[in-house]
Write a protein of this length. Sequence first.
Length: 182
Amino acid sequence: MAKLISYAYMRKETDISQNIEDKYLDHPIKLAQTQLQFELGQFFYAELVAQNDASSMTAENTALYDPYVKEFLAWQAYQFWAPKANIYETKTGFRTFTEENSTVASDKAMGELLRIAKQQTELKKGVMLGFLKSAQALTASSYPLYKQNCRTYSGGGFHITAISKTDNTYLKIDRERYNNGE
């Protein structure tokens, strides 16, 4: 999979240490690009990747890519990387890395770090999608492969979209029961 952001850009945007080896950032970047594909749609994402690989990005896609897509990818990858920052997988299981004169970050500190990373990721996603919607509102032919109405809900909660009016059957039955003296 071709990367849409470089390791150096990710480090610069999110303040990841230069001491982190590139191999530890590969998978988070891949996961971030999968999330981007979900947000933009398969065809629009494929167009961006193909144009980026060929170094022939249209002016319209360049305006989206730099800075919106790049910033979103960097923060999304950081959000995937951060929980595993102190943890390494070995043959015998997961281990926590420690150095002399240092201690591993507390659960509270890691939770705060992850909360901030998630907020930044959501902000960057909102700005990116807002840019797309604004461009389409100004010019209907802008970003024809991005179909904002076709996106599925990406939140973590319950979401219903097919209800057109409130069903009050229960309220009618309940009122009749009390009105009849039961």
